[in-house]
Write a protein that binds this ligand. Structure first.
Ligand SMILES: Nc1nc2c(ncn2[C@@H]2O[C@H](COP(=O)(O)OP(=O)(O)OP(=O)(O)O)[C@@H](O)[C@H]2O)c(=O)[nH]1
Ligand SMILES: [Mg+2]
Length: 173
């Protein structure tokens, strides 16, 4: 059976750890230095319930409320992973704006989404509570979890990417 193609996009404010999550997920290591992304695609091939998948993760440049939302992110994407850092209030607040921009651009009322609060290893610098994360995720009809690209807690991320792969069929988008 040929591999099924799936594509997800990582969206969020700059420096929240989008690339770090992708690198941890695909390559299994953490990069300490900060290298701002322009745009990058990671590919991971894996088997799930006897089916091969080729998952493309589009790692985008950090966005803020003034960024123009690139129109190609509204096409050909099976699901979106919105990332903020639990240590940055502004990165959290921007998610809602980005989400609404995405709905506007795509003309949809809902998109398949996951909300991720990254950097949860930096608990002492927490600026966003878990409850606030959950509330935003409810508003977005998204799954939610906190994680840390640094401490390799990407297993939850793996789980949700698997959900995207198994259940999101292009005809539903
Ligand atoms: N402590 C901690 N640092 C992290 C974590 N994830 C990323 N970082 C650090 O945060 C900085 C930014 O990480 P990136 O992954 O480059 O962030 P990004 O969202 O891809 O940034 P842009 O490409 O500019 O949008 C880097 O110095 C990372 O090492 C994490 O979970 N915990
Ligand atoms: Mg990046």
């Amino acid at each position: 059976m040929p591999a099924k193609q799936r594509k997800v996009a990582l969206l969020g404010f700059r420096s929240v750890g989008k690339s770090s999550l992708a690198i941890q997920f695909v390559e299994g290591h953490f990069v300490d230095n900060y290298d701002p992304t322009i745009e990058n695609t990671f590919v991971k091939v894996f088997k799930l319930k006897g089916q091969d998948y080729e998952l493309r993760i589009v790692d985008t440049a950090g966005q803020d409320e003034f960024s123009l939302f690139p129109s190609h992110y509204t096409m050909d994407i099976h699901g979106y992973i919105f990332v903020y850092a639990i240590t940055s209030r502004s990165s959290f607040e921007i998610v809602r704006t980005l989400y609404e921009k995405l709905l506007d651009m795509s003309g949809k009322q809902q998109v398949p989404a996951i909300l991720v609060g990254n950097k949860c290893d930096l608990l002492r610098d927490r600026a966003v509570s878990i409850e606030e994360g959950k509330q935003l995720a409810d508003y977005m009809h998204a799954a939610f979890f906190e994680t840390s690209a640094r401490s390799r807690e990407v297993s939850t991320l793996k789980k949700f990417v698997c959900i995207f792969c198994l259940y999101l069929q292009p005809q539903f988008l």
